[in-house]
Design a protein around this ligand. Structure first.
Ligand SMILES: Nc1ncnc2c1ncn2[C@@H]1O[C@H](COP(=O)(O)OP(=O)(O)OP(=O)(O)O)[C@@H](O)[C@H]1O
Length: 250
């Protein structure tokens, strides 16, 4: 898939850099990354463990501040924002699915899902909640608390919470990591469809080449840098890209 020059950008990063630790223990997790994420495209980020994928999506979401470089969400430079303004963008424009779900244990699934609406003073749309609950198959879990649910059920609740505000941009860290093949396929098809039909943009980190094959573009990430990309990916093309990264001959 070629991205037309005039396609609006959902996310842009320039010179994005983040390091952890000091001295000999210093790790540059994200190393001068330039990135353009167009609107209406599902983008997958793949790469070896420890290559910086989680750090990258946290920086793109404004969950973490870079050491250097800038991020624009829509046209807004979030790296120049104060915490309060950043919270507004995060709450209204970006939905985030965390690797560990980050559900509040004292709240039911329904309360967890609706929390972003409450926190951002957004109206509650019962029809949209119903359609998310149906799409994710969590009708019977709604009154349960996270500790009463399986990992896969918690993951679906976390996805519903990310989508409840109808965010223009969804950033997701292994959103289908705890789901079976059938549930993954359904959720990925939904995300792809909302990119195509509603102009939503999704950036998801995944280790699964089949999950990545739902994307319009796969970014290959290695050593904190974008090392290549695969457009219109098939699982085989993704695997070949990852093998090439690792220097494996096929
Ligand atoms: N809070 C932190 N403190 C210190 N080092 C960190 C921290 N978070 C990440 N790192 C280091 O930064 C590098 C990138 O980590 P990151 O979690 O972004 O990689 P990843 O590609 O998402 O890995 P995985 O696929 O295993 O989830 C790793 O070397 C990691 O050890």
């Amino acid at each position: 898939m070629d991205i037309p020059e005039d396609q609006p950008l959902a996310l842009r990063a320039r010179g994005l850099t983040k390091a952890y630790g000091r001295g000999a223990a210093r790790v540059v997790a994200v190393d001068h990354v330039d990135l353009d994420v167009p609107s209406g495209v599902l983008t997958a980020v793949m790469g070896p463990s420890g290559s910086g994928k989680t750090t990258l999506v946290h920086l793109l979401a404004g969950l973490d501040r870079p050491d250097a470089g800038d991020v624009w969400v829509g046209g807004e430079r979030i790296t120049a924002m104060r915490d309060r303004e950043l919270a507004r963008v995060r709450g209204r424009i970006v939905g985030f699915v965390f690797q560990g779900f980050n559900l509040l244990q004292t709240m039911t699934a329904r309360e967890n899902i609706l929390l972003p609406l409450r926190l951002n003073a957004l109206p509650h749309d019962e029809d949209w909640l119903d359609s998310l609950v149906t799409m994710l198959g969590i009708g019977r879990e709604l009154e349960r608390r996270p500790y009463e649910m399986s990992g896969g059920q918690q993951q679906r609740v976390a996805i519903a919470r990310a989508l409840i505000t109808r965010p223009r941009i969804v950033l997701a860290d292994e959103p289908t990591g705890n789901l079976d093949t059938h549930a993954s396929a359904e959720i990925l098809a939904h995300l792809r469809q909302s990119c195509r039909e509603l102009g939503q943009s999704v950036v998801m980190v995944t280790h699964d080449p089949t999950a990545a094959s739902y994307a319009g573009r796969v970014l290959l990430f290695a050593d904190g840098k974008v090392a290549g990309h695969v457009t219109d990916p098939t699982p085989d093309a993704v695997l070949a890209g990852l093998d090439a990264l690792a220097g494996v001959e096929r």
